[in-house]
Design a protein around this ligand. Structure first.
Ligand code: ADP
Length: 328
């Protein structure tokens, strides 16, 4: 059976981008067709300035939202990365296979380290080595497929390279994984700045729709989305990214196609209104399940404990084999 691994960082509140670009597909498709692991990658949250209590709270919230999004612990494995030591153990071995040049070429590192420096902060070494830990997350499980948004493609490429290199040098140990990208909403953009992606952020930006936003908040954010000075509705991601983003969000929420939907609108106002309602409808059941899960913390504890146990059992033999292969 195909093995799937994917993760989500608890560095902020989960966004509509996370849901449409990743989590929804995990729930609707991936967990049914494969042996899938979905992990809240909390170690990755320590790569930037962080508040320990906030990371703990956001990790719990992310796990709860994954369950609320429809991940079923009977069908897949849901857990926290820090509960399974194999990730960190394997990460070190892979640091001995990767090169520093490879790390410095990573686009996300360049962007994030530049941002940290602009703020006058220092860059943690773990931000540079982050893709190695991500490779360990993937390779520890003999993963075949990694469903991720476009922003993660380069990191999955690195995991492939490291698997091939390790296998060549030390004997066949790892499956070489491939990235699987969603057909729609691979990159949901910020409503206020449609040239940058709708990522989790520390400030509650008006361009970001969070999964736990109230319907009124969602409506306000979508109605205020930046478009352009044109009038006709056309799908043109290059020249009209704001409108294209709304069409993609609407398409993803209604199982439509952005190009076809464009033809159905003659004004931006109507497009925004329908997009807002479509998002509200997608979030409604998820928010209801989230409320129910928050009322039953023992259930969530149990799911995460079982998940970590299953994940550990899957990862340990392969990571132990990697230790032996490298001479330890
Ligand atoms: P973030 O960038 O919000 O911190 P993560 O790195 O935790 O997100 O990624 C979780 C998943 O969500 C990944 O598969 C990532 O590709 C996907 N994802 C994140 N932001 C977006 C977006 N704006 N559009 C589509 N997919 C996204």
């Amino acid at each position: 059976m195909t093995r799937i691994f994917s993760g989500i960082k608890p560095t902020g509140h989960l966004t509509l981008g996370n849901y449409l670009g990743a989590v929804r597909r995990w729930a609707e498709v991936d967990q049914h067709r494969a042996d899938a692991l979905f992990c809240v990658v909390d170690l990755h949250a320590l790569t930037v300035e962080h508040d320990p209590a906030r990371v703990r709270r956001l990790s719990r919230q992310a796990a709860t939202l994954l369950l609320a999004s429809g991940l079923d612990p009977e069908l897949c494995t849901v857990y926290l990365q820090s509960h399974v030591d194999e990730h960190a153990r394997l990460s070190y071995l892979l640091e001995c296979v990767a090169t520093d040049g490879e790390m410095r070429r990573m686009i996300q590192y360049k962007e994030k380290s530049a941002r940290e420096r602009e703020r006058g902060g220092s860059v943690r070494l773990s931000l540079l080595t982050y893709p190695v830990l991500m490779a360990a997350d993937i390779l520890a499980y003999g993963t075949d497929e990694v469903p991720v948004g476009e922003d993660q493609t380069q990191h999955v490429e690195l995991a492939r390279d490291l698997a091939v290199r390790f296998n060549q040098r030390y004997g066949h140990t790892f499956t070489v994984p491939r990235a699987a990208r969603p057909e729609v909403a691979a990159r949901v953009m910020n409503l206020q700045d449609p040239t940058s992606k709708m990522g989790k952020s520390d400030d509650f930006g008006p361009g970001i729709v969070y999964l736990l936003d109230e319907p009124e908040t969602v409506r306000k954010k979508v109605m205020r989305a930046v478009t352009d000075s044109g009038r006709d509705v056309a799908y043109d991601p290059e020249d009209r990214p704001g409108v294209a983003n709304l069409l993609e969000i609407l398409a993803a929420c209604t199982d439509g196609e952005p190009e076809k939907l464009a033809g159905a609108y003659t004004s931006y106002g109507a497009l925004k209104k329908d997009t807002a309602e479509a998002v509200v409808e997608v979030l409604r059941p998820l928010q209801e399940r989230h409320r129910a899960l928050c009322a039953d913390p023992a259930y969530v504890d149990g799911v995460l404990r079982d998940g970590a146990g299953r994940a550990r059992a899957m990862a340990r033999p392969r990571v132990d084999a990697a230790y032996r292969a490298m001479g330890l």
